[in-house]
Design a protein around this ligand. Structure first.
Ligand SMILES: Nc1nc2c(ncn2[C@@H]2O[C@H](COP(=O)(O)OP(=O)(O)OP(=O)(O)O)[C@@H](O)[C@H]2O)c(=O)[nH]1
Ligand SMILES: [Mg+2]
Length: 285
């Protein structure tokens, strides 16, 4: 794990916490409670990358499940607006760990900083712009707790999305889906999603990432596929971005995605040759 990343933990609101044992997350709390052991006391870590989300972050944090079995980590990717101050205003007694980057490191950089601090058995990442719904967390983590999958990907295509998707985004994702299918043998429709979950054992897959921006999403899918992890797309709901601006620049992202596909296709071939020679020895990137 890359631990020399330049960040500092600015805020760690360690107030007395009372479990919120009522409301919409009761099923989730009851379910994860079953996996608690003496060694394993934090069952879920929820990571939220945040870049200039002053309009949404407070609301997003207030709607998250909250329980002593769950930790919440916000990665402030050098926001230049009042996002950080908005976290201070979060109502309810919530312990929120905030990691602040001294300079912007991109979406992938924000996720890997969060990952370097997790204590949980299962890790969830979701966006802080209000497009994701926290009640879908259960859908994403259940297959991992049940050991049916190692990496779950929140998919609006097998779930729902409540806005008109730009035609280029849809076509781009279909094109990438086909390329991944042809060259890596797996079908992932919503290959640009930021809502995902994985087991802590899966963390080495995030070591030494090459793509710090949004191509990070594809990079991790390809790495997981090369290392034969079980990937599953699960239904989620995705809402329209109501505030702020998307950081996605389509042409730049397209170039990065193609570079990523090419790079990992070559890696895949090299690793399979090594695997044959070493007769099944586990390999890392
Ligand atoms: N734009 C941007 N977002 C970042 C960065 N670092 C972290 N993020 C967060 O990453 C999440 C996803 O970013 P978005 O720009 O909304 O990307 P998206 O949801 O895939 O794309 P849209 O559907 O167009 O909104 C948000 O929660 C951002 O706050 C960064 O450097 N740039
Ligand atoms: Mg978004």
């Amino acid at each position: 794990m890359n631990t020399d990343r330049k960040f500092e933990t600015l805020l760690n609101k360690s107030k007395t916490i009372e479990a919120n044992d009522e409301g919409p997350y009761q099923d989730l709390y009851n379910y994860i409670q079953r996996f608690k052991t003496e060694q394993e006391t934090v069952l879920l870590s929820i990571i939220l990358p945040m870049y200039n989300e002053e309009k949404t972050i407070k609301d997003v944090l207030e709607k998250l499940p909250y329980n002593p079995l769950i930790e919440i980590i916000v990665v402030n990717d050098h926001s230049t607006d009042c996002s950080l101050e908005k976290i201070e205003e979060v109502k309810l007694k919530r312990e929120i760990k905030v990691i602040s980057h001294k300079k912007n490191q991109g979406y992938g950089g924000a996720i890997t900083s969060g990952i370097s601090q997790v204590k949980g058995k299962i890790i969830v990442t979701m966006d802080s712009d209000g497009q994701h719904s926290p009640d879908d967390i259960f859908n994403l983590v259940k297959p991992i707790f049940e050991e049916e999958a190692d990496y779950t990907i929140g998919s609006r295509y097998i779930g729902t999305y409540f806005y008109q998707l730009p035609i280029l985004t849809r076509l781009g994702e279909v094109f990438v889906e086909k390329l991944i299918q042809i060259f890596f043998g797996i079908k992932i429709m919503n290959n640009q999603t930021g809502f995902r979950a994985f087991n802590r054992d899966f963390l080495p897959i995030f070591d030494n990432i090459k793509y710090n921006g949004y191509a990070f999403c594809i990079e991790q899918i390809l790495r997981a596929s090369i290392l034969n992890y079980r990937i599953k797309e699960c239904p989620i709901k995705v809402y329209k971005r109501e505030y702020g601006t998307s950081g996605i620049r389509l042409m730049k992202l397209a170039r990065r995605i193609f570079s990523c596909l090419f790079y990992y296709y070559v890696r895949k071939i090299k690793l399979s040759i090594k695997r044959t020679k070493k007769n099944g020895t586990s390999l890392r990137f």
